[in-house]
Design a protein around this ligand. Structure first.
Ligand SMILES: Cc1cc2nc3c(=O)[nH]c(=O)nc-3n(C[C@H](O)[C@H](O)[C@H](O)COP(=O)(O)OP(=O)(O)OC[C@H]3O[C@@H](n4cnc5c(N)ncnc54)[C@H](O)[C@@H]3O)c2cc1C
Length: 433
């Protein structure tokens, strides 16, 4: 039996995309009393380390002060999306977003002035602005070169405590490493961080693991911190983290693992669970198939398990990401925006997409392709004017930035979503008045 319904809804603001830009746009809109309708397909949020980068690198050099970096962008690359948002708005976006995530259930450090030096899986570190509370002790341990024991697990692919310690050896010689069997998952078969994280939500598993860690600490000698891959729970990491610290008797830090990683899954599940309780109308794991611009706004078309859905929106924020997420598609004839075939700023020919040397410090031109916007973050059309006064864009889909190389993924997503929501809210208020 086929069961289908045609359903039509209307909303003041539709958000397309469920990465950091889409979810932060919904959070900022809810703050302003606007209840958005958000439709977002699964995307790379689950790949993130959990760190919220503002701006970590410029011209290949690490930045201690991201604000000085943004000032340089304003002078040298004024069209970079971060350069187009005032420091006050960037600060407001980060502090509101980090506070909202903390209120919802995953504590984050409040974004301050300087970049933190945060740990990466292979024994490297990177500059970032805000980290989950479960990871901050790693920043402190690295900064003070404290004696620490890093633990990995039998059967866990992609994370080696030995490699981590070996790569840090020259700057952090007091790192020790150990390999343990994860309780009840120690046959040698592959184990996954998500499965371990969910297991640690059960007190008995925490107690069994803590006992093994205490044994490894005793063997290692002088240890002031314990480092674990990011496996301390999915839904209540702060509680699991505190409980493990109490049981082990030492400060513990999580180290992000290779994607898909638990810190990103935590964020995705948190947003999908808590934001609807705060009023967001969310269609998760759904793709907008068609978007029609109209005089009074736009109509979005998508399909769910019950059939077709249409959403009439007075304003739309496009936060669909780049190639991996499907917001842009790289085709034989060029790079295309997938929903409206909007003009994409891109190299003239495919031959110009990449430089010859993959590691060229200047990066590859394809990674700067994307949509152009005006100062109100409205998408620009072929004539250089806004395609519609009601179509805004935010996040990775924007042109003239290379978020991977510049380590500014969250920075661009949050700052531009904040501005797009501000402008959409002004437009909607105008329409009411
Ligand atoms: C491996 C990896 C590690 C990362 N690590 C970090 C990190 O340490 N720190 C940091 O700050 N950032 C990190 N990022 C970047 C960060 O996760 C964001 O991806 C990035 O900032 C862009 O966010 P966005 O929301 O603009 O786009 P995306 O995250 O790309 O999200 C776009 C979303 O839109 C959806 N979408 C596309 N088309 C449609 C459609 N038609 N209908 C509905 N939905 C659609 C996609 O499915 C996707 O969910 C990392 C990303 C990756 C891939």
């Amino acid at each position: 039996m086929e069961f289908t319904q045609n359903r039509s809804y209307s909303t003041r603001l539709a958000v397309i995309g469920s990465g950091l830009a889409g979810f932060s746009a919904s959070i900022f809109a809810l703050d302003r009393g606007i209840t958005p309708y958000q439709i977002g397909n699964t995307g790379p949020l689950a790949y993130t380390t959990g760190y919220f980068d503002l701006l970590g690198y410029l011209d290949g050099a690490a930045l201690a002060d991201p604000w000085a970096g943004i000032a340089r962008l304003r002078a040298e690359a004024p069209e970079h999306p971060l350069a187009r948002v005032s420091d006050a708005d960037v600060r407001a976006a980060f502090s509101r977003f980090c506070a909202a995530v903390t209120e919802m259930g995953i504590s984050y450090t409040l974004s301050g002035g300087e970049n933190l030096r945060a740990l990466l899986p292979a024994g490297l570190s990177k500059p970032t602005l805000s980290v989950p509370a479960t990871m901050i002790a790693g920043v402190e341990a690295l900064a003070a070169r404290e004696p620490a024991l890093v633990v990995d697990f039998v059967g866990l692919p992609g994370f080696s405590a030995r490699e981590f310690a070996a790569n840090f050896k020259s700057i952090w010689p007091t790192l020790e490493f150990a390999r343990l069997g994860f309780p009840e998952m120690e046959t040698g078969a592959e184990v996954y961080p998500e499965v371990m994280a969910r297991a640690l939500e059960v007190p008995a598993h925490r107690e069994a693991l803590a006992e093994r860690i205490r044994g490894a600490v005793r063997e290692a000698g002088e240890v002031a911190f314990v480092g674990l891959p990011a496996i301390l729970g999915v839904h209540a990491p702060d509680r699991v983290h505190k409980e493990m610290e109490r049981l082990v008797g030492l400060p513990i830090f999580e180290i992000p693992t290779m994607p898909p990683a638990v810190p990103g899954l935590r964020l995705r599940e948190l947003f999908e669970q808590v934001l609807p309780e705060r009023g967001l109308v969310l269609a998760p794991h759904r793709k907008v198939e068609r978007l029609e611009l109209r005089d009074g706004g736009a109509i979005l078309h998508f399909t769910d398990n019950f059939g077709e859905v249409t959403v009439e929106a007075e304003a739309v924020i496009l936060a669909t990401g780049r190639f991996l997420s499907g917001g842009l598609a790289a085709e034989r004839g060029g790079i295309r925006e997938t929903l409206l075939d909007l003009p994409v700023e891109q190299p003239e020919t495919r031959a110009d997409w990449y430089r010859e040397d993959y590691f060229d410090p200047r990066g590859h031109a394809i990674n700067r392709a994307g949509l152009l916007v005006d100062d109100a973050f409205r998408v620009l059309g072929p004539d250089g004017g806004p395609v519609s006064s009601r179509l805004f864009a935010a996040g990775a889909v924007l042109a003239r930035q290379d978020w991977v190389r510049q380590r500014c993924g969250a920075g661009i997503a949050l700052a531009t979503a904040f501005r797009a929501v501000e402008e959409a809210a002004a437009l909607l208020e105008e329409r009411v008045g």
